[in-house]
Design a protein around this ligand. Structure first.
Ligand SMILES: [Zn+2]
Length: 194
């Protein structure tokens, strides 16, 4: 383990997280267009954005994302180098945001197909990751490839199937990428509900 990797584990250094908490940028009610203001509705909860015209409460919910750690031949893992920010030029396993009404498993399979060209079978849940002050909640699956051909879409610069020893720990896009791979390689798997 190199020094950078140790620093990541200590939380001293690390890749940037998704900067998707943009609640401060919302100024108008999505229902009526009135001005929003911060109001404390319950003393035990954070202030909410409330419309000064119609009273609509604009809850800023977490954002649910899925990631899939895909094993191909000989235990190699699929990583994609990102072509978009955040994390441009850094490595991540295929994944993305879950659409409303879509199941987590369906989103994981869809994102894998879109981002690296593979059809996958989900083998287990690795873990769920969330970080203080950050909007995304990341659900990470273990999967095996069942078909398709490795390729990238417009969100990837390149794709690689890497042996665990070749994972570029100091060039990973997100903390959840690091934590998911660490837990996967430690053998963490939770059974899936079928
Ligand atoms: Zn309103």
């Amino acid at each position: 383990m190199d020094i950078l990797c140790e620093l990541y584990l200590l939380g001293v250094a690390g890749p940037e997280l998704h900067p998707h908490d943009e609640s401060h940028t919302f100024r108008f009610c999505p229902r009526c267009g009135g001005a929003l203001e911060h109001r404390v509705l319950k003393i035990t909860e954070p202030a909410r954005l409330v419309c000064t015209q119609c009273g609509f409460v604009f809850y800023i919910d977490p954002k649910i994302a899925v990631g899939t750690i895909i094993e191909v031949d000989d235990g190699q893992l699929v990583l994609v180098k990102r072509a978009i920010d955040p994390g441009y030029g850094q490595w991540v396993f295929p994944g993305g945001y879950v659409d409303r009404g879509e199941t987590l498993a369906a989103a994981a399979v869809r994102e894998a197909r879109e981002e690296c060209g593979l059809d996958v079978r989900l083998e287990g849940l690795v873990n769920v990751y969330s970080y203080p002050g950050r909007a995304p909640v990341i659900v990470v699956y273990a999967a095996t490839a069942t078909g398709g051909t490795l390729c990238v879409d417009d969100e990837g610069l390149e794709v690689a199937a890497l042996k665990p020893d070749d994972i570029p720990w100091h060039e990973l896009a997100f903390r959840s990428t690091h934590d998911g791979l660490r837990d996967y390689l430690a053998g963490l798997r939770h059974p899936l509900h079928r």
